[in-house]
Design a protein around this ligand. Sequence first.
Ligand SMILES: [Cu+2]
Length: 248
Amino acid sequence: MASAPPGLQISQDGYTLVPLTTTLKRGKATDFRFTVNGPDGAPVTRYQVKHEKKLHFIVVSRDLGDFWHLHPEEAGDGVWSVPLTLPDAGAYRMFADFAPEGGPDLTLGADLFVPGDYRPRPLPPVERTAQVDGYTVTLAGDLTAGQVTKLVFTVSKDGTPVGDLEPYLGAKGHLVAIRAGDLAYLHVHPEEDTTAAGVTFAASAPSGGDYRLFLDFKHGGTVHTAAFTVRSTGTAAGHGLEDAHPGH
Ligand SMILES: [Cu+2]
């Protein structure tokens, strides 16, 4: 059996994600804590550094309308701690993206909940351009099921390409891609750019269907996040998702 895409499991290869709480109060700043327990059952304390950090912590609302990319601090004894405020009621997915020392690259996922009246938002339509904080970000390239493809993002402001993006996590940008419907987490790798104006990634979609892409880039000392809905072509996993989106 082919292995599942990352992010769908709370436990894999002997490593288990253990949130110390999974229910948060709406709008309340929380010291969110979790451990990754290893094959011996104890919290992992030694990690490899990937993209300048030992652990990348992503939270999305399950409707993919909200996204956070945070870097928790080690509070000691393998306990990770991060300030987290979830503004709306609903269901959320947390991801821990890491590699234990001597262990595999893993992305484990767990659900979080905020009680209250919940109105899920529809996935935004497929678009090549996104606006964020006064920047316009344009996407070139496509996702194709079962193939590695290049995605190139160009950032501009007031109609002029931004040529002086600042390094963020060891590259000119950081990309997280998540499949709509089950929140599978794609492995995406930054590529060395041959052109100054673009930020390039190599991505591989496990199936056809819709994905939400979150590009973090740094400019003016601030990290900005541009989000795109992208439809992957092809049917590597055989879903026939085209029929599930009448009107698109
Ligand atoms: Cu990170």
